[in-house]
Design a binder for this molecule. Structure first.
Ligand code: DC
Length: 223
């Protein structure tokens, strides 16, 4: 198959390495990368900024309808814009990280997000990462990957990343936060985190990024 029209879905729990791997695959194959978690984070960021109650589905839908979320590739990988304003760093803030699961659990918010995500993949080859890409957003994707890693390993990866960025974090707290987010994301009613039946599961606990990328590229060759 022509690489330019490939659709690749990468799902998995928080900090399983999805975005790092998805970015690399997209860059290597010349495909668009869509970080769907960043879309839910942008809506959460806007809700917190505008004092919108994150439990109020209708208010969130109204806010989302007024919020254009766009991505632009750059030297850092990709920047995220909310109505043209760069929110790349703001959406990674702890306030957003700790509340985004509540926003992402509203079915009507998800409906609108899924529609936008499907539109982005309409005429383009994409690598899209998230929680429901293989199950809901791109059920006919050419390749579906489900990345997993132990909570301990994911917390340690996040801790190291934070250290490199000069951000203080407590490893035990990170483990608790990650386990809690796993629980919320996989037990919500509306399209919970779940492996698609036809997805390839890759446990990255003992793998390097290069090994994961190579494994996926080999699967693409066979897709
Ligand atoms: O991948 P991430 O940590 O940036 O995702 C942020 C949150 O958004 C996470 O709690 C799960 C949710 N999410 C989702 O429900 N569906 C997606 N397709 C992507 C993310």
């Amino acid at each position: 198959m022509d690489n330019k029209s490939l659709t690749i879905a990468i799902d998995g729990p928080a900090s399983s390495g999805k975005s790092t791997v998805a970015k690399r695959i997209a860059a290597d194959l010349g495909l668009i990368y869509v970080d769907t978690g960043a879309m839910y984070r942008t809506l959460t960021f806007e809700a917190l900024k505008n004092n919108v109650n994150i439990k109020d589905q209708k208010a969130l839908v109204d806010l989302l309808e007024k919020t254009e979320i766009t991505f632009e590739p750059d030297e850092k990988g990709q920047s995220v814009f909310s109505n043209g304003v760069d929110v790349t760093y703001g959406i990674r803030d702890n306030n957003v990280t700790n509340t985004v699961s509540v926003v992402a659990a509203h079915p009507k918010v998800r409906q609108l997000m899924v529609k936008r995500q499907q539109d982005m993949a309409q005429d383009n080859g994409v690598v899209m990462d998230g929680r429901d890409i293989g199950t809901v957003v791109l059920p006919d994707a050419d390749l579906k990957i489900f990345l997993v890693a132990s909570v301990k390993e994911r917390a340690e990866r996040r801790h190291k990343e934070n250290k490199e960025k000069g951000i203080f974090s407590d490893l035990d707290q990170l483990k608790k936060d990650i386990a809690e987010r796993d629980y919320k994301d996989s037990t919500r009613d509306s399209s919970p985190l779940k492996q698609a039946e036809d997805a390839v599961r890759i446990d990255t606990t003992k793998m390097t990024i290069d090994e994961v990328v190579d494994t996926i590229k080999n699967l693409i060759k066979k897709a």
